[in-house]
Design a protein around this ligand. Structure first.
Ligand SMILES: NC(=O)C1=CN([C@@H]2O[C@H](COP(=O)(O)OP(=O)(O)OC[C@H]3O[C@@H](n4cnc5c(N)ncnc54)[C@H](O)[C@@H]3O)[C@@H](O)[C@H]2O)C=CC1
Ligand SMILES: CC(=O)C(=O)O
Ligand SMILES: [Mg+2]
Length: 538
């Protein structure tokens, strides 16, 4: 590879070190005169980044600044993100990425990731040749139809694969060059976007039915052909498409749906960890889900094997999980029950949400609705009547769409709730006591799954990997965290957690004959995975 020089080197985000180029390097690469005198190492550069970042007056300005940094100096961006993950993750991921997606066509600076539209039909493979990297291992793709809880944002949804990829690199150490964010821009039914003169997406109504499926088929085949080692992560598709695509491809290729499977694993981990606080056996728990979309259904579907592994029969496992939709408890009398939740239907009289809580008395309440305020005061008070420590997991993102805030959960439960949410909340002080809400987000799961699949080159991504990941994540919650009521570990440990999950994924792959991992690698799995993790440095 020809060494870059001068401005071309400074303009290459993967190789640029900016003011960290030494005097020798400046002379060698024709950089003299192109940089100010001072030579500052990555630590000083990081201080400058943080000072700049903290001087911005809004989160969206911080997002724009960080994105600019990613485009100027990849290693500095990732070093800073890793070292300050708790501060920066909410700026490159939920909640700020939600605002960024809403405004993406307006704040657009420079193209990032890869865009495909129906006009590329028949040429997808050729289009993928335009991507400059050849060893792609992780593809995160969205079609932008259900971006967080914000609905159809069309091509503006590209912010999500970009954010998810940033966290693949930061949280699991997959090299930036091996990651590819893709927007499968099949149009948008968001008329306001289509009519916006600044909108940058394919300005047509969404492709549907066979036209849509055949395009996704071509996309998946093209990715598999161009990048045969890549895993495909489907992200933020509409519920119906999410399940259709998972059923279509997961049995024969290396792919998974993060909203269904990643979310299921992170939620299960939280439930496992909550048992350590409530002192109730997992096998005795009753779980109630609000919402019947991808996330809630995914959680229910993973709970079944988890309960069975804990000794319950299949029928008992299904009986422990109940669904609430907009009409209340999903019962046998419901018209039009979605096929995937049919086995969870209860033979009980119709009941609204609060009445259903009184009837079933769940231990755990999980919200996956994208609807702000769906956990009302009455709901939280009702579950708190039956449970000393009700476990309340409000999964919906971004913060503006959470089912209830941390403060509401603690206030309405008189300080007894064990609370986690998809987007982070600061600690809450009530009546002189401080509570520590945890963040229940699939960021604890998908990076480790991707890393494990990458290392093992597992042919398929299977349910057992998510079950193992959930167990591993739950085990990572420390005694101190349990004592302060947190059901997820501190995010600062996420790289270690992803490493542990990746090791488990490799083992599951091996046990299921999904991998031809070299014996050497398998025998030294922990060290081998660690060695493969990218550490940004100059
Ligand atoms: N914390 C995390 O890691 C994750 C969080 N999520 C969040 O979960 C939310 C839902 O995601 P998906 O399940 O993929 O969406 P979805 O669109 O597939 O499902 C949403 C479901 O909620 C129902 N719903 C909406 N408002 C309701 C209400 N007031 N009462 C009862 N049901 C209601 C809808 O009818 C639908 O069944 C989103 O906000 C998303 O950001 C999703 C994946 C991961
Ligand atoms: C976290 C995530 O994947 C979502 O909210 O869709
Ligand atoms: Mg998602």
């Amino acid at each position: 590879m020809k060494a870059l020089r001068g401005k071309t080197l400074l303009n290459n985000p993967a190789q640029n070190k900016s003011t960290a180029f030494t005097r020798e390097e400046r002379a060698h690469y024709g950089l003299q005169g192109l940089l100010p005198y001072g030579v500052t190492d990555i630590h000083i550069q990081q201080q400058r980044v943080l000072a700049n970042l903290r001087s911005k007056s809004s989160d969206i300005e911080k997002y724009i600044y960080l994105n600019g940094l990613l485009e100027r100096n990849q290693r500095l961006f990732y070093r800073t993100l890793i070292n300050h993950i708790a501060e920066i993750m909410p700026l490159v991921y939920t909640p700020t990425v939600g605002e960024a997606c809403v405004k993406l066509s307006h704040i657009f600076r420079k193209p990032q990731g890869f865009y495909l539209t129906p006009e590329d039909r028949g040429h997808m493979l050729a289009r993928l040749e335009n991507w400059p990297e050849t060893d792609v291992r992780i593809v995160v793709v969205t079609d932008g139809e259900r971006i967080l809880g914000l609905g159809d944002l069309g091509a503006n949804g590209m912010g999500i694969p970009i954010g998810k990829i940033s966290l693949y690199v930061a949280c699991a150490g997959i090299a930036p060059s091996q990651c590819m964010p893709i927007m499968l821009d099949v149009g948008t039914n968001n008329q306001q976007l289509r009519e916006d003169p600044l909108y940058l997406g394919y300005p047509h109504p969404r492709l549907t039915g066979e036209d849509y499926l055949s395009l996704v088929d071509e996309f998946v085949e093209a990715v598999q052909q161009r990048f045969p080692s890549a895993a495909i992560q489907f992200e933020d598709f509409s519920s119906q498409n999410a399940f259709t695509l998972l059923d279509r491809y997961a049995g024969s290729g290396r792919c998974f749906n993060d909203d269904i499977q990643g979310t299921a694993a992170v939620t299960l981990a939280g439930i496992y960890a909550s048992s350590r606080i409530t002192q109730k056996s997992f096998a005795d728990l009753k779980i109630m889900l609000l919402g019947t979309g991808s996330a809630a259904t995914g959680v229910a579907e993973l709970l079944v094997p988890a309960f069975k592994a804990a000794g319950l029969s299949e029928a008992e496992a299904y009986s422990r999980v109940s669904f609430i939709d907009r009409r209340g408890l999903v019962t046998a009398t419901h018209a039009l029950i979605k096929p995937r939740i049919r086995s969870f239907v209860k033979n009980l009289p119709a009941a609204d949400f609060v009445t259903a809580i009184a009837t079933i008395q769940p231990d755990v309440l999980i919200g996956a609705t994208g609807t702000a305020g769906a956990f009302t005061e009455a709901v939280v008070r009702e579950i708190s009547r039956y449970q000393q420590h009700p476990v309340i997991i409000a999964l919906s993102n971004p913060t503006s769409h959470t089912e209830c805030t941390a403060e509401q959960a603690y206030q309405w439960s008189e300080g007894r709730a064990i609370f986690a949410s998809g987007s982070p909340f600061a600690p809450v002080t009530l009546h002189g006591r401080t509570y520590h809400p945890a963040q229940g987000n699939n960021v604890y799961i998908y990076p480790g799954i991707g890393l494990g699949v990458m290392v093992s080159r597992a042919r398929l991504v299977i349910e057992d990997m998510f079950l193992a990941a959930a167990k591993e994540l739950a085990n990572c919650v420390s005694v101190e965290e349990i004592e302060r009521g947190s059901i997820y570990p501190d995010i600062v440990r996420v790289r270690d957690i992803s490493h542990k999950i990746a090791v488990r994924v490799c083992q599951v792959a091996q046990q299921n004959n999904l991998t031809k991992m070299e014996t050497d690698l398998f025998n030294n799995l922990e060290a081998s995975v660690r060695e493969l993790m990218y550490e940004p440095s100059y």
